[in-house]
Design a protein around this ligand. Sequence first.
Ligand code: ADP
Length: 660
Amino acid sequence: NTQVSSMANTPDVADLKKENGQAELNETNGDEDIDLSDANTTLVIHPGSDSIKIGFAKDETPMVIPACVAVPKSDLLGEVSNQESKRNPYGRQQPADFEELKSDIQQSFKERMRFYKRKVQPNAHEQVVTFNKQSKPEYMEEKNDFNRINWITTPDRRYYGKDALRCSKDHFIVRRPFVKGGSFNIESSDYRSLQDLLGDVTGLLEYTLGSQHFELKPSQFSQYKLVLVIPDLFEKSHLETFIGCLITELQFQAVAIIQESLATCYGAGISTSTCVVNIGATQTRIACVDEGTVLENSAITLDYGSDDITRLFAIFLLQSDFPYQDWDIESAHGWLLAQELKKNYITFQDANVTVQLYNFIKRVPGKKAEKYDFKVFDEVMLAPLSLFYPEIVEQLQSESSPKVSNTKLQDQLPVSRDIFTDNLNDWRSMSQAECLNGELYCGVQDDFQTLCKVLDSQSKVEESQTENITVADTRKNYAPLEKAVVQSITNASLFLDIAKMAPFYSNILVCGGGSKIPALDFILTDRINIWRPRLLSQNSFPTFYKKLAKQIKDLKAAGKNSEGKTSALPEEDQSQEKVNDIIQKEFQKYMETIEAQGNGDHTLPVSVLPPPRDMDPAMLVWKGASVLAQIKLVEELYLTGTDWDIHGSRILQYKCIFTY
Ligand code: ADP
């Protein structure tokens, strides 16, 4: 079994417990009646920002519940910020900065088409605009609109999941309790308190588990165990609050956690070194996984996702005189249409980017549906290209996000700190920090500089581990996707084994609902090949790097041992000088061999893997967690209600397959 073998190197949880005198934890505390080995009574939950995937461990696929709750406006009157006061930034009129960034993307699109020898009609855009301007609606009788939506306009109670999506924003405030793949949405001004937010979380779970498929009453939750998927760069305070809520409030028997990227590998049945790229609704997350471990320094969270592509696509359509000019993308009906159009039409398949004729149905609550024809051209590719040009998303988000944030909630759920030193103690990734500081490997033109940067990284991470971090970094990460992948793989390999670059590059596993763009694998491969620095692309680089690193290490060791030598320079400088010499010399020698190889293919192959066996990429993570739920290892990972009562969150240190 590939999954089980991939766990070979994970710490032995039983040993850990023994060491800490907790061997009899479950046996002595009234948990005897819990059958940890019975997967029939296990539920698997993967909370996403867009939807919660939830199912019995033995289900083939999970139920997908939109992670939102519609609350009647009258319930919240005056207590939360008024959403209407926010300016709608998603119209066709955009500031000059936006237009400039759009034209960069257009340029890139044209270059790509030229490279693949695709003809672009010079007047394609004009054809689209002329057609769209003249497009007239065809009114539809209600009985002929088979996909009509029964809008909910009576704010009589709260609605959850799919129903919440049908609630009109004139009468409801639609709240999303999760962001960032499982953290709580504590920035939203729609919540009065943490309790209010947790109420949405428990409400959503009770609603879902009470539905036809599960038919579980809250009183039955105590017969079930949970496997919960958490982000790779999880936030301890959020996770602990969530587990506390699942165990104490909802009374589940036990909870086991697994990180998202590891779950993805389980889901795909891959046990070799893999770089996982998960394109979600609001975020895109990258991490390298090796031998059942998510490598901390490789994890990256990018603050853009598929919902941003939806918004951009809608704006680009409006700018091409889309026949629905008063389209309010943020309204419930407007957003549903935008999502539908995005799912149906965006593509990276360059053969399909010609002037195309499609149609859509405008459905506004309380009005007759209208059917329109419309034409599109490059919009279908420009919008998803923002994954590689996310500056435009940054620009758009800066225009739209409210300037006020919810300080009350943030105070109620502060970042986790070490109890002894008071330093922040969440996972910290060097790749993430480098993205935020703009210190990317991609974009360094000079091979020698690339080498120096790579050599520096090792010492930098050692430094950063001893560094005391006291203030949370709240900056957002808008590094382009392909560059972030290179950053993640390079750092993962540097800290593990530089030879791992080859398997990481040949196993880039793309998942998440946002990855469902035709030919994404193709363009991502191209973009990585374009941007990966020449030096880091060489097949022979790992061998060269290993040899050089060893030489440097030996020199430094020799420098430390040589005592009493007379020289004008202090010892440290002397040995540094020698190190610099050797780097220069070896580099030159190496470059000569590269040049001598000529243009033969000596690069590390990049290969982006599609999800296996026609599996839905949005379900892959859940699938992996359901695999974990059915193997023996999971028994070691369950923390029970009694564990939680006695030990609190400290128990997580003994019940995780990673360093908590
Ligand atoms: P999360 O984990 O954040 O909940 P998911 O992995 O479920 O996110 O992905 C949801 C996102 O994927 C949404 O933005 C949705 O619009 C997008 N999506 C779903 N299906 C498609 C599709 N066929 N084509 C493009 N995007 C899609």
